[in-house]
Design a protein. Sequence first.
Length: 79
Amino acid sequence: VVQFTLLFCLILNNIGTPRPISLSISLVPIFLLFAQKDIYERTIFLYVEQHLKELLQEEIHLQTATRGRAASVVEKSLH
């Protein structure tokens, strides 16, 4: 994100200065590459986060079911 911001500032800084147009155009793909990388990383993060939430829900469900079974076994053995 820091690299992305610095590159964006560099591009904005170069807009006002007289430079060859090809230099400004050549910076655009680099800018887009950083933007895509950021989106890609966020997508992976969201996917992993969602997967971990699903695993946690499964674990909670299994623990609840196990406790329920254990409680019923203890209850039956007490009676």
